[in-house]
Design a binder for this molecule. Structure first.
Ligand code: APR
Length: 228
């Protein structure tokens, strides 16, 4: 028999113990910045430098961070399960921990693209500067999904969740759509797990085990439950 398919939706909370700030906790990024000023198409039109500065800082922070035991635990589960990570995070800590199937719903901090086209995407490890142009002659922007922009990867994520045998959610407040709506695509009766320091509100989700712990401890407990 093949391995069971374990689908894991992750958010900023899984990277918190790696020293990366979440968005909505009391010390979160949206306490220090207005979403409208740095993470919308309007912000980009108004002040490209401010937006670049914000994401250049994010990129430096991610480059300096390392995966934690929660990322590593999910990677280890590939020994026993067909693990599919669907992450809202723009960091690459799942990949660095060794997870082989990682879908980024909200983009990737180590990529940039032409502000006019998805056809010109390029890896970037350093800062993006004003005047850095893609092959189409247009300014490079972070390859990030901003508020008010479509989330193209959701189309790929939905069937992955629909075909899960087991479903887990780790470290997300489940307030940003369409990502949060993925929970409702998991087959009704399959076992579901939510790991979070503060379990987020969900409605009409059946067969859920809530593990109210930091991600590193919570994933350890998940592994015990799944491999017992
Ligand atoms: N372990 C587990 N959970 C934690 C930890 C931790 N150490 N620290 C914080 N959390 C939880 C919080 O309780 C909260 O439920 O992580 C969640 C973080 O929520 P948000 O800050 O809202 O992050 P996220 O859900 O990933 O945000 C979604 O919003 O602005 C955007 O595009 C951005 O992808 C992001 C999206």
């Amino acid at each position: 028999m093949g391995k069971k398919k374990l689908v894991v939706l992750t958010g900023a909370g899984i990277s918190a113990e790696s020293g990366l700030k979440t968005f909505r906790d009391s010390d979160g990024l949206w306490e220090g910045y207005n979403i409208e000023d740095v993470a919308t198409p309007r912000a980009w039109r108004r002040d490209r430098q401010l937006v670049l500065d914000f994401y250049n800082m994010r990129r430096r922070n991610v480059a300096a961070a390392s995966p934690n035991a929660a990322h590593a635990g999910l990677a280890e589960l590939e020994k026993d399960f067909d693990v599919h990570i669907i992450t809202q995070n723009i960091d690459d800590l799942h990949e660095r921990a060794g997870s082989s199937k990682v879908l980024h719903l909200h983009g990737e901090i180590f990529k940039m693209r032409s502000e006019k086209s998805f056809d010109f995407v390029k890896e970037i490890r350093e800062d993006i500067r004003l005047g850095d142009c893609a092959e189409d002659g247009c300014q490079y922007r972070p390859h990030i999904v901003w508020f008010e922009e479509p989330v193209p990867m959701i189309e790929e994520a939905i069937p992955v969740v629909q075909s899960a045998d087991l479903f887990a959610v780790v470290g997300t407040s489940l307030v940003v759509y369409p990502a949060a709506g993925l929970v409702n695509y998991a087959p009704f009766e399959i076992p579901k797990f939510i790991i979070d320091k503060r379990i987020p509100y969900t409605s009409s989700v059946y067969n859920v085990t809530a593990i109210e712990k930091p991600a590193t401890e919570g994933v350890k407990e998940l592994i015990q439950l799944l491999t017992a």
